[in-house]
Design a protein. Structure first.
Length: 179
């Protein structure tokens, strides 16, 4: 497969960089289906470094707690094997991190707003922006699981980081002009 063919490059160039990254998306086999060999359902982890300037890790319910959440039921339609979120503080390459994990996949992307409303520090500009972005790209691979969700969130984080840096630069210029 294409992925297997690219593995040597990944091992040589991408993998060693993970320790320096402020955010890493890890894609793993599901834990929702015992002995799953199909690989259709994914468990995806968003690992976010703590204490980075201009970057606040996303959290579920309560920052710094350990949370396991199954949102399936009255507000979220989930077919087998369901969806499970985990959030916890951890360490990664000797760095303090927060880890948000999603196992499973969405049946209805419009219901993602329910999950989005329980996540904080998303760097959105308005309520529902993550859901709107996901719906806009509903035909993209991974749009129904954690790969699409976390890539969308990381994209918003990068935008936020960029805007903070630009604003900071403008403030520094204004202060320098006054001096």
């Amino acid at each position: 497969s294409v992925i297997e063919a690219r593995k040597p490059d990944f091992d040589a160039f991408i993998d060693p960089q993970k320790q320096y990254a402020d955010a890493v998306i890890e894609v793993l086999p599901t834990q929702l289906i015992p002995d799953d060999n199909e690989g259709k359902v994914l468990r995806v982890r968003l690992i976010m470094k703590e204490g980075v300037k201009y970057f606040s890790p996303v959290y579920l319910f309560d920052e710094g707690s350990t949370i396991s959440w199954i949102p399936c039921g009255r507000k979220l339609t989930c077919s087998y094997p369901g969806i499970k979120f985990n959030y916890e503080p951890d360490s990664y390459f000797d760095h303090e991190v927060s880890v948000l994990e999603m196992d499973g996949q969405f049946d209805r992307l419009d219901e993602l707003i329910y999950v989005e409303s329980h996540l904080s520090n998303l760097s959105t500009k308005f309520y529902g922006e993550v859901t709107q972005q996901m719906l806009k790209h509903a035909d993209f691979p991974g749009s129904n699981n954690g790969t699409g969700l976390f890539q969308t969130i990381v994209g918003l984080k990068i935008r936020d980081l960029y805007e903070q840096l630009i604003a900071n630069k403008a403030t520094a210029r204004a202060e320098a002009a006054k001096a």
